[in-house]
Ligand binder design. Sequence first.
Ligand SMILES: Cc1cc2nc3c(=O)[nH]c(=O)nc-3n(C[C@H](O)[C@H](O)[C@H](O)COP(=O)(O)OP(=O)(O)OC[C@H]3O[C@@H](n4cnc5c(N)ncnc54)[C@H](O)[C@@H]3O)c2cc1C
Length: 381
Amino acid sequence: MIDFSLSEEQRALRDLAHDFALNEIRPKAAYHDQTGEFPRDIVRKAWELGLLNTHIPQEYGGLGLGVLDGCLLAEENAWGCTGIGTAMEANSLAEAPVIVAGSEEQKRQWLTPMTEEFKLAAYCVTEPDAGSDVAGIKTTAKRVGDEYVIHGQKMWITNGSVADWYFVLAYTDPSQKHRGMSTFIVPRDAPGVEVGKKEKNMGQRCSDTRAVTFNEVRVPAANRLGQEGDGFRIAMGAFDHTRPMVAAAAVGLARAAMEHAVGYAKERSSMGQPLARHQAISFMIADMAKDTEAARMLVWLAGWTIDQGRRNTREAAYAKAFAADTAMRVALDAVQIYGGYGFNAEYPVEKLMRDAKVFQIYEGTSQIQRLIIAKEIFDRA
Ligand SMILES: Cc1cc2nc3c(=O)[nH]c(=O)nc-3n(C[C@H](O)[C@H](O)[C@H](O)COP(=O)(O)OP(=O)(O)OC[C@H]3O[C@@H](n4cnc5c(N)ncnc54)[C@H](O)[C@@H]3O)c2cc1C
């Protein structure tokens, strides 16, 4: 049997997130977009309500929710505002490698405090000269006695200045390429950690994006996740858990843009009838609706697959690529339907168009998702 219905608990969870998005996120979205101010109070309130860190297993103090549950929350947060939503979701990306590869002790050390106090974390893989080409990173971690000395610079790090700890990918043996990488947890207050200026981004402006430099930073060897050489697998494996949620956020944005476009098309008239009565407009809306629904189904498939304990790399890439491209197209068409008002910052769809773009870039660009899909098709056939 195939069943697309949500359980009562899932519907309650989604309703809670929707109310939060409607009452707490949406009213402040324009302010945070205009000022770029990090939405600390909103993120803290979400934490108080149990809307953050939801996938931390129960034995470490979390709710132990699945990826599909996380997708339901991410869609609602993003429907409210994807800048604030990204600030809320960044913890998940940093925590996923600890959940996937951390020892019992590491989970207690790094995950449990996230549930006891309001804390934030960041995932540090990208560097100024290496994003898609992960093997091109230059950061190194040298073993010195019971410690590692980490040296290098990360770029475009979400939660860069507000994180309490960083998940960091570095080379322990550069000659081994992908097999020479290892991952570490670095506390924010470790001597040698330097945070750059807040980046002025096109969209999602209140999300805190920065360079983070690790200047001969010493961490205990106990802060290494997994074995030396496991780093690439751990850092990329986290994406199987988080890409469905990023894709869900893109669906939330597409849904918001479509709702605005539908409302406007009913109200605004041209040549004697509402825009909605012009077939050119109603077909754009029909495409928005079918693509948003298709994206949501791919998101649910990717979340459900990993929740069943199955590998979902291909499904997660389908969802991420399709949902990101859908969000971008729907937001662009929403601007078109608003006409001149769509180009104006006092109307909501201009922000959505700016916010949508980064879905095709972060957590693996749309080109990289296609590379993954093609690799899955040809290498695993
Ligand atoms: C707002 C924001 C937040 C981010 N947050 C984080 C974060 O928290 N942590 C983190 O580690 N990173 C983060 N990133 C970085 C993000 O993941 C990278 O920007 C992304 O992976 C692309 O890397 P790049 O910018 O170096 O572009 P490049 O890798 O240089 O790519 C440039 C272009 O070339 C294309 N391209 C590259 N290689 C290929 C190929 N082999 N085949 C076809 N096309 C290719 C890309 O798709 C892209 O269009 C963030 C980025 C942004 C903008």
